[in-house]
Design a protein around this ligand. Sequence first.
Ligand code: CP
Ligand code: NVA
Length: 309
Amino acid sequence: MSKRDFLDLSDAGGDAIAAMINDAQDRKLARRDWAKGKPDADAPLAGRVLAMIFEKSSTRTRVSFDMAMRQLGGSAMVMESGSMQLGRGESIADTARVLSRMVDAIMIRTDDHAKIEELAANASIPVINGLTDRSHPCQIVADLLTMIEHGKALPGLEVAWLGDGNNVLHSILEAAGLMKFNVRIGCPAGYEPEEEFVSMARAGGARVDIVQDAAQAASGADVVITDTWVSMGQEHAEAKLAAMQPFQVDTALMGHAKPDALFLHCLPAHPGEEVTSEVIEGPQSAVFDEAENRIHAQKSVLRWAFGQL
Ligand code: CP
Ligand code: NVA
């Protein structure tokens, strides 16, 4: 079997993502109330080591992959790129070839998606995308798990996205095509997602609407999702913040969604900007289930990358 990279959700495909979600649910249930660092009974990645490279900040991705490896019976190491020779100009290709001799898989968070493609092309071990400027596939496996846990079966689901057409939205669109749910995007003109992802979702059979009216986007939604207006590496441009203001998720906006609609946010959140405190702290918010699910989802991503799913 050739090595499996997880640079985007399409690398796995819909059937494998469904298998990941099932596996995550089973493993989460099987270890309920266990000490968090205790390995799962079958320790399926015993002896395996994951190297994590960070070129941007992270709390959830870093901790969830570390805990995921512990729970799968393996281990992980964290490297900030600035403390690696990579940060002093060693090539991505050489970094990939060296790490391939020393560890079993690489997870990287970086800016330009081309960097992760170069890393994967030069590594003989699996490479996993822990966020790039283009996409955040690991987050979306956790989001899908959270939706399903909260009774939202994916096919035909109406998902509303409010705000910036960013990396997280790109992966949601990719998931929509693979898992057959619909996305209505409410965003200001000029902040739409890349057309490539909209086309991908539509080609997979998803309905994607892009509107410039927040209430219209949220109308009848089963799940309402937003994210920061300023992603890592972007400027705090006043013009952008002003354009985003009408797309803030507040209680009135949630009122346009279905009464049992779920609110999700990958975090970190900026209460008072993309979402009000009332909504993110309110009864429809599942953001901490979503955050915890990063561990369970990342375990399944790792098992898939190692050919176990
Ligand atoms: N949601 C997410 O990826 O969080 P971190 O930036 O903390 O990893
Ligand atoms: N869109 C955000 C997600 C953070 C997890 C960013 O790229 O900063």
